[in-house]
Write a protein that binds this ligand. Structure first.
Ligand code: PXG
Length: 460
């Protein structure tokens, strides 16, 4: 009989994890070959601790979500108090709970004007599925049942359920399940670095927006339900559109009576130095997706903000909306969201990101722009990216796209920093509570990782 390692030791967790746990977005054989998962046991501020006591700076705020940072007692207390009072009740069958009501009102207050109704779920994916259901129902009620197709973009990420992954523009995800579903199409993203050629960013922004109009005209506006976009494409590698892009997309959607859905799952709750990126880009969405920073990831919760036009029709003509989740409006998650928004407001985290930490990150990133392996740096607020390339002058990628990103990510981890690599782009999205000294530390480790990566690929 083989003896098993002591329970609750690193080896036991790793072995047991490999035996039973199927992780998201994971190559299971690869994980086993690497000796299993790193076990994260604790966190405070922007720093994680693993089961061997190693400290690591979390440059990703978990998965783009822990906006207020780890270790917030207020959030634990809000959850505890709500659990003692009422741990669960549903919002089906003409019932509500005080925290779900209060949160709906708060979200109507802080989101852009005209978004006054909320539908709750537990994840960004559920929220985007809800939007697909609501929008199709809306056009049926409007007497335009032909308007069913959703236009999105290559490299978009809107979730992992069948409808939300169809909205997304990730080829690898589509490939594994014969997706996208019918009725979901994709156009070029506003990614100047890759697709802009000789155009200026502003010229290219207009061209990328016109790709939306071309698609509407190709399909016929009477078949197009909505356009969906993240203000800044996060998981796509922090694609920050040229300033000309969003006003033109907004104009095109209005002209063809195509609903505009803005997915603020990553950008919302201060990430860009604005409470919502829609404020920065002057967007007036018909629907908005919220999750992640809504609770800073302390509990799962998402919200669809439904604009007046869609809400009025659903309410006045819709009858029963046959849609919902057991945990829609979960009272504990809503109580935590309220406490989380209070922290963001009380500590002026949005303003701090806008005035202090965001500009500091941008300045420090700019210092990396001259590095031989760096093609471009980009950021807005506390979301940023470093694009690594083989040919700096020609904006030319490495042949084995993604390999250099993996090397650099591993060097970051060795140095004590967690960043994500998307293709060969190092992306970052630290907690909004990060200090400028911690940003300096992040940059020190990243620069060292870039130096080592450049050497590894023969460019150092
Ligand atoms: N919309 C956007 C813009 C997202 O970034 C979702 C929707 C889906 O949310 P849920 O809660 O269903 O995961 C997301 C999620 C990555 C990564 O590797 C990004 C996300 C999720 C998982 C991994 O960058 N974003």
């Amino acid at each position: 009989m083989t003896s098993r390692p002591a329970r609750n030791s690193t080896t036991w967790w790793r072995e047991s994890d490999l035996r039973h746990h199927m992780h998201p977005f994971t190559d299971y054989q690869g994980l086993a070959e690497d000796g299993g998962a790193r076990i994260i046991t604790a966190a405070e501020g922007a720093t994680l601790t693993d089961s061997e006591g190693a400290k690591v700076l979390d440059g990703m705020a978990g998965l783009w979500c822990v906006n207020v940072g780890y270790g917030r007692q207020e959030l634990a207390e809000a959850a505890y108090a709500q659990m003692m009072e009422l741990p669960y009740y549903n919002t089906f069958f003409k019932t509500a709970t005080p925290s779900s009501v209060e949160l709906a009102e708060k979200l109507a207050e802080i989101t852009p004007q005209g978004l006054d109704h909320v539908f709750f779920g537990s994840s960004g994916s559920e929220a985007n599925d809800t939007i697909v259901r609501a929008v199709r129902h809306f056009w049926n009620l409007e007497g335009k049942p032909g308007k069913k197709t959703f236009i999105s973009r290559t490299y978009a990420y809107h979730g992992s359920t069948m409808a939300s992954v169809s909205l997304g523009g990730m080829a690898a995800m589509h490939g594994q399940a014969d997706l996208p579903l019918p009725g979901f199409v994709h156009v070029m993203p506003p990614y100047w670095y890759d697709f802009g050629g000789d155009l200026t960013p502003e010229e290219f922004g207009l061209q990328a927006a016109r790709a939306v109009e071309d698609k509407i005209l190709e399909l016929g506006a009477d078949t197009v339900a909505a356009f969906i976009g993240e203000p800044i494409q996060g998981a796509g590698a922090v694609i920050i559109p040229p300033e000309s892009y969003w006003p033109e997309v907004q104009r095109i959607c209005a002209k063809h009576d195509v609903l505009l859905i803005v997915d603020e799952v990553i950008c919302g709750f201060g990430r860009t130095g604005h409470m919502f990126a829609s404020e920065y880009y002057g967007l007036k969405p018909d629907l908005m997706t919220l999750a992640k920073g809504l609770t800073s990831g302390y509990l799962p919760l998402s919200a669809v903000m439904v604009g007046d036009r869609v809400a009025d029709t659903l309410i006045s003509k819709g009858g029963e909306f046959y849609h919902g989740f057991t945990y829609s409006g979960h009272p504990v998650a809503c109580a935590v969201a309220l406490a989380n928004i209070k922290i963001i407001e009380d500590e002026k985290l949005v303003q701090r990101t806008h005035d202090q930490t965001g500009p500091h990150l941008a300045e420090r990133l700019a210092e990396l722009a001259g590095h031989p392996i760096v093609g471009e740096v980009r950021s807005l607020g506390l979301i940023g990216a470093v694009e690594m390339v083989k040919d700096k002058a020609g904006r030319g990628h490495f042949d084995d796209l993604g390999a250099t990103g993996t090397i650099c990510r591993d060097h970051c981890i060795e140095g004590g920093l967690i960043l994500r690599a998307v293709r060969d782009v190092m992306v970052m999205s630290p907690p909004l509570s990060i200090t400028t000294a911690e940003i300096d530390e992040l940059m020190r480790i990243l620069r060292q990782a870039l130096d080592r990566t450049a050497k590894d690929v023969g460019m150092g």
